[in-house]
Design a protein around this ligand. Sequence first.
Ligand SMILES: *Cc1c(COP(=O)(O)O)cnc(C)c1O
Length: 316
Amino acid sequence: MVNLQDIKKARKEINGLIHETPILVSELLNEQADRQIYLKSEHLQKTGSFKIRGAANAVIKAEREGARFVTAASSGNHGQAVAYIAGKLGIPAIIVVPEDANRVKVAAIEAYGGRIEYCGFTSADRIPRAKQLAKDNSGVYIPPYDHPDIIAGQGTVGLEILEQLPDIDVIVVPVGGGGLISGILTAVKTIKPQVKIIGVEPEAGNDTFLSLESGKITAVAGSSSIADGLRTSQPGDLTFPILKQYIDGIVLVTEEEIKYAMQFVIERTKQLIEPSAAVAVAAVLSGKAGEGNQKIGVVLSGGNIDLLELQNCLPS
Ligand SMILES: *Cc1c(COP(=O)(O)O)cnc(C)c1O
């Protein structure tokens, strides 16, 4: 299992390739939520999401161990992060995306130097293809969350929060496959176990909630949530045991609550976030996470959104 030393090592490895992102405070948000909220601003991270942390840690290691190139199966933030970091390290990246991938996202991957390969429509098509490409040609497949190097990289968010906000009481984190929250849990619960960590999922995509309730990994059918970074069907084999051991709770938010949070953050704080980040804001705005007398860290996990789709992510 990933431990604090792995996360500290990851931090040294990726230092210089990523930003230490700022903590933003909005009086309007605090008033509206009746809470003291500190926004850990990974939407201002390189490539627009925290995914670069895990990707950098994993790709650096793969390259050091002799990988001639890397592959990933994601048209989203993970694909962009792997393409960017491979470009920085001077090795090729092949990113396998669905036939109907969003053109803006494909363009972003290509702009970072990634080579696009189209394959099928589901991750069940793409992942085997990306793994096969790597295996045939001395490359390494980089998974999005269920890998020790990825979890350790994402855990560096937790180290930064503890340094930036030494008296934080609660940290609220969006949950997809669970790489981000399991890294934060490992770092924070080792250094400061009294800090509460709450995960947030869309109601439409509550696989981690159901898995924690039943005590075993439980899959849901494909999610249709606007939070497209959280549409994983089940938590990972490596991430789930970490969640089970440490997490203080998981709350669910509705699509309307996510849209309201999107609008509030964009209009009031002028920060452009994506729906997968807005779920964490929705959890505090709806009163489902944290209490008025606590200092609450909210992880704004990313800010990549196709502006043509923004309208669909706001209240109607
Ligand atoms: C990937 C992603 C998440 C979820 O992270 P997991 O490690 O899969 O739980 C949340 N927000 C954004 C913006 C993401 O890209």
